[in-house]
Design a protein around this ligand. Structure first.
Ligand code: NBP
Length: 466
């Protein structure tokens, strides 16, 4: 058998789709899936289901799989993140040769990626942490690909990964070298964090709208929004979800209201806490999912509350404006976190290039993301863009109207409130943090600074003495 161009380990949802995408683009590929008890059929079934592809070689034995790939080998591991990655790495290390390239395409934690990069370098092997977004369909038709590792290694894998990636509006691949070691996985993690908040905003809008509109009416309203500046992939799928019926009734009405999560939202929040960046929207979206999981408690407690009957009329025009406002804040916070990580880890991240590869193939692709490409060509913070700042100033009024309606109707608007409170605090010169400083000094003698004086000067007051 002739040697293949690429190897892939893990024929799960993503692995299967990426393999077919690579084969479709004319590359020869070797695929492998572990053969736990009763699982030897996975690779065979995959080949049988895709008989038309003559350029896929399947293996159930790792050494034969590794030997079948051209050197330097490029092997994409597409399995569950965590210990499974380390286990596969340990199994293939003895089979590899110097300068071979292992690519981890799963949602691994960026700090694990840094450790693995350093560890594999001691073995003479290259490691690339690679974020892949777009779900099953994106993986098959063209995902957005965020690569870490060195520029040298990127050059080796770019011809294949750029070919299989989605293309932006200028037909450039939505695939780029993000930065060294953990940068690719960090960016994928924040991508997912922004996604959490984008999803939560739509869920909160739905919660408000379904008080007075049917699912079909909400879908019609969202369709109007989706034809303009607020268009996005997530809005598009929400419309389809709202309209989906089975046996004459809306499927959505039968879906249990407990949202699950796999970790990238909480990791983004942890990174924000570690780096000192107030990413309130991702955090509130993660907590909203956690709150949803307390279904039994909610059901029990709800029995003590009288339901609110919508008496006031909902001002639908304020909603679109509030939605835009909150999305701008979400993007501002997400990119502030990315910028801070860039400085902290010396990744020298190109924010405009990151937004560019997020304009197609990925879950948070949107018209706003297209706008962000030019914003980040000359700024590192969305607030520095005068047009955006003016837009936020004018949309504040509508956000207040929407939040007031939500409060009056007893609809929890975790993420919209986070956006608004963050905006108000960020645009307020004097916050009550002077009281916090005084309290800290009172009970812990932590000292404080005084207004108008050099910040290097610390003061302590005996607060008990009148
Ligand atoms: P799936 O759950 O569909 O597949 C998981 C794969 O991991 C299977 O091939 C499975 O083998 C393999 N695996 C496991 Br589980 N434990 C293993 C171990 N100890 N050793 C070797 N292989 C092991 O996951 P998926 O949706 O394809 O996701 C794969 C990665 O891509 C994850 O990190 C995920 O977070 C990430 N991701 C997923 C999406 C998405 O939309 N699904 C998008 C972007 C990124 P088996 O078949 O023998 O159990």
């Amino acid at each position: 058998m002739h040697k293949t161009d690429f190897g892939l380990i893990g024929l799960g949802v993503m692995g299967k789709s990426i393999s077919l995408n690579i084969a479709d683009n004319g590359f020869d590929i070797s695929v492998y899936n572990r053969t736990e008890a009763g699982e030897a059929h996975i690779t065979k079934n995959f080949i049988n289901e895709n008989k038309s592809f003559k350029n896929i070689q399947d293996f159930t034995e790792l050494s034969a799989f590794v030997s079948s790939i051209k050197r330097p080998r490029k092997i994409l591991i597409m399995i569950k993140a965590g210990a499974a990655i380390d286990s596969v790495i340990e199994q293939i290390i003895p089979l590899l040769d110097n300068d071979d390239i292992i690519i981890d395409g799963g949602n691994s934690h960026y700090k694990d990626t840094v450790k693995r990069t350093n560890y594999l370098a001691t073995k003479g092997l290259n490691f690339v942490g690679c974020g892949i977004s777009g779900g099953e369909e994106g993986a098959r038709k063209g995902p957005s690909i965020m690569l870490g590792g060195t520029t040298e290694v990127y050059k080796h894998i770019a011809p294949i990964l750029e070919k299989i990636a989605a293309k932006d509006s200028n037909n450039k691949p939505c695939c780029t070298h993000i930065g060294t070691d953990g940068a690719g996985h960090f960016i994928k993690m924040v991508h997912n964090g922004i996604e959490y908040a984008e999803m939560q905003l739509l869920a909160e809008l739905y919660a408000l709208l379904c008080k007075s509109l049917t699912n079909e009416e909400i879908a019609t309203l969202f369709s109007k929004w989706n034809s303009g500046s607020e268009s996005s992939y997530l809005l598009e799928i929400t419309i389809a979800i709202l309209r989906k019926k089975e046996n004459g009734s809306y499927v959505l009405d039968h879906v249990l209201d407990q949202a699950k999560s796999k970790g990238t939202g909480s990791w983004s929040s942890q990174a924000a806490l570690e780096l000192g960046i107030p990413n309130t929207m991702i955090l509130s979206s993660v907590f909203a999912r956690y709150i949803s999981s307390f279904k039994d408690d909610r059901t029990q407690l709800s029995k003590s509350i009288k339901p609110k009957i919508a008496s006031e009329k909902l001002d639908v025009t304020s909603l679109k404006s509030a939605y835009r406002f909150a999305r701008l804040i979400n993007h501002q916070q997400g990119f502030k976190l990315i910028h801070e990580a860039s400085v902290n880890y010396n990744w020298k991240l190109n924010l405009s290039e990151i937004t560019r590869i997020w304009t197609n193939g990925c879950i948070i692709r949107s018209q706003l993301m297209e706008t962000c490409i030019s914003i980040f060509k000359s700024n590192t913070d969305i607030f520095e863009d005068k047009t955006i700042l003016n837009s936020l100033i004018s949309e504040e009024k509508n956000t207040i109207t929407m939040l007031q309606y939500g409060l009056s109707q007893r609809v929890a608007l975790d993420s919209f409130s986070s956006a608004y409170n963050y905006w108000v605090s960020m645009t307020t010169e004097n916050l009550p943090a002077n009281l916090i400083q005084a309290q800290r000094d009172y009970f812990g003698a932590h000292t404080y600074q005084r207004k108008g004086m050099d910040k290097s000067q610390s003061f302590h007051t005996n607060w008990k003495k009148l």
